[in-house]
Design a protein around this ligand. Structure first.
Ligand SMILES: *[C@@H]1O[C@H](CO)[C@@H](O)[C@H](O)[C@H]1NC(C)=O
Ligand SMILES: *[C@@H]1O[C@H](CO)[C@@H](O)[C@H](O)[C@H]1NC(C)=O
Ligand SMILES: *[C@@H]1O[C@H](CO)[C@@H](O)[C@H](O)[C@H]1NC(C)=O
Ligand SMILES: *[C@@H]1O[C@H](CO)[C@@H](O)[C@H](O)[C@H]1NC(C)=O
Ligand SMILES: *[C@@H]1O[C@H](CO)[C@@H](O)[C@H](O)[C@H]1NC(C)=O
Length: 478
């Protein structure tokens, strides 16, 4: 009787003591338990990691700082741990050292690891990790030791922050890595492999592929594979806003990929919204924007590929040798371009001012149908209030005098540029042709002097074929 009363008392005492204990594991401990549930701990090595503890300081592999009981180091090398490294590791904000060498860890490095401000040692060598090395590791200013050797990492080693201070011994045996520290050039001129949104770490690294309204009937994998293969040989042009590549899909459809390196200050959100708008604009005489790929270092815009290239090229370079533009073709180009421009001015809401109408922005398809390109880009990339010289360097011949003066683009300045384009079609001369620039004139001034001297026939490009001056005057100049 006495004995059982004592036992009961002991039980009650134990019970009351254990209540407050069970509900107070430190946040570090909670985060480590999250880690544990990610690791497939087949051998039960982490069985000492228990939820009922106050703190994780007695757990296998865990070392704390006293008296604050914050976790300072985690040493779990050679523990046959499977599974991914969960991003919750970032919650142990006081971590100095992570030793996870020689396990079977899978997946990629969570970029959140870059938030561990005090981290000095990171050893993830000899696991099954893959994906790219997150640039966020470069932010770890205290990092002194890094070993990512013998995994399956790929892509370019980001040359940022502290990451650029580690040498080849930190990256041994990752066959698909490239970059400065291991003295291996990254394939192609684009450095694409490093940044394209491959499966796992898509959102986290700021990379993203968007296609508009099923306009690009291929899987993301196929598009990304093709983008990755783009190389210097695929460059088909370069303009004010970036380099243009030709991308050919397996079904031999071709697309133009415009790589834009310059970035307007401001959020990606705005950029994406604007692109959505541009992607929704469809007209037979406008170049179709089919999608884009956003990378930390650049944006890739995917457009229709137009086989005959730009009017500028066709009119002034070798394009004409085999099939010179006759009068009818020029008419067709003028009218089509006008329709495209009119659509931007009158049928889009809000109105789109092109700001850079010129022959190199008129692209021709195989049947010489013109397509206006680069609309919306000036505003998107430079902004409303930008200095005009930064927008259209090199295209002064097309600029309306008032646009040059006050830098404000309007529908009217577009129409002026379009007028210059018409003159270019008629005369076959660039607006900066030496024959009038030498005399201090632009194409408009040149025409005016000829008009005054009744010598207007001289302006017509001989390659036009037979076209009476009266017909021409009726069509264009009156
Ligand atoms: C990690 O910290 C965040 C707040 O910083 C918290 O919301 C989250 O629950 C924590 N996760 C774990 C597993 O403790
Ligand atoms: C855990 O690892 C074992 C041994 O490798 C494997 O058989 C099992 O499927 C894994 N479980 C999970 C949930 O990954
Ligand atoms: C690392 O680079 C040094 C030269 O900088 C070279 O001698 C050494 O062989 C390289 N080691 C490995 C593992 O590639
Ligand atoms: C990293 O680990 C690899 C493979 O175990 C080893 O060869 C290399 O020397 C280590 N690097 C450093 C910096 O300790
Ligand atoms: C525009 O740029 C030119 C040359 O870069 C500079 O001289 C001019 O002051 C700038 N104007 C404005 C309004 O910023």
């Amino acid at each position: 009787m006495k004995l059982s009363f004592l036992a009961l008392l002991a039980l009650i005492t134990l019970w009351t003591i254990s209540i407050p204990q069970s509900s107070s594991l430190t946040p570090d401990g909670e985060a480590l338990l999250e880690l544990k549930s990610g690791f497939n701990d087949t051998k039960g090595l982490l069985r000492s990691w228990k939820h009922k503890d106050h703190n994780p300081c007695g757990w296998l592999g865990v070392t704390c700082h006293f008296p604050d009981l914050r976790v300072r180091s985690m040493a779990l090398h050679r523990n046959s741990l499977h599974g991914p490294i969960p991003p919750e590791i970032k919650n142990c904000t006081e971590l100095r050292a992570i030793y996870l060498r020689a396990n079977y860890l899978q997946g990629s490095i969570p970029p959140e690891i870059g938030e561990l401000d005090y981290l000095t040692i990171l050893d993830l060598s000899s696991n099954l990790l893959r994906g790219t090395i997150p640039p966020s590791i470069g932010q770890l200013v205290n990092l002194r030791f890094l070993n990512l050797s013998t995994n399956f990492f790929s892509g370019e080693i980001p040359n940022v922050g502290v990451l650029s201070s580690f040498r080849n011994t930190s990256f041994v045996g990752n066959l698909e890595l490239c970059g400065l520290p291991i003295q291996k050039l990254c394939r192609g001129s684009l450095g694409f492999p490093a940044v394209l949104p491959h499966s796992e770490n898509v959102a986290s690294q700021g990379a993203k592929l968007v296609t508009f309204h099923g306009d690009l009937p291929y899987s993301s994998e196929e598009i990304i594979k093709k983008l990755e293969q783009l190389d210097e040989e695929d460059i088909v042009g370069s303009g004010g806003f970036g380099t243009v590549y030709k991308m050919v899909m397996d079904d031999s459809s071709a697309f133009a990929v415009k790589r834009i390196d310059r970035n307007r200050e401001g959020s990606d959100q705005i950029f994406e919204t604007e692109l959505e708008i541009l992607g929704s604009i469809k007209h037979i005489n406008l170049v179709n924007l089919r999608g884009y790929c956003k990378l930390p270092s650049a944006k890739l815009l995917i457009y229709d590929y137009l086989a005959l290239g730009s009017l500028d090229h066709y009119l002034h370079e070798h394009g004409q040798d085999d099939q010179p533009l006759n009068w009818n073709a020029r008419m067709k180009i003028a009218l089509g371009s006008a329709r495209g421009l009119a659509y931007l001015h009158h049928d889009c809401s809000p109105v789109i001012i092109h700001r850079d109408i010129k022959s190199s922005n008129i692209l021709l398809d195989i049947s010489l149908e013109p397509h206006v390109s680069d609309f919306g880009l000036a505003k998107l990339l430079v902004g409303d209030d930008a200095n005009v010289t930064t927008v259209v360097a090199g295209t002064f011949g097309y600029l309306a005098p008032e646009y040059l003066n006050d830098g404000r683009a309007t529908e009217k300045s577009d129409v002026y540029s379009f007028g210059v384009l018409l003159l270019e079609l008629v005369t076959g001369k660039r607006p900066t042709d030496p024959c009038f620039v030498r005399r201090g004139l632009n194409v408009v001034g040149w025409l005016n002097t000829l008009n005054g001297g009744d010598r207007l026939e001289e302006v017509i490009d001989e390659k036009c074929g037979n076209v009476g001056i009266s017909k021409l005057l009726k069509r264009f100049l009156i």
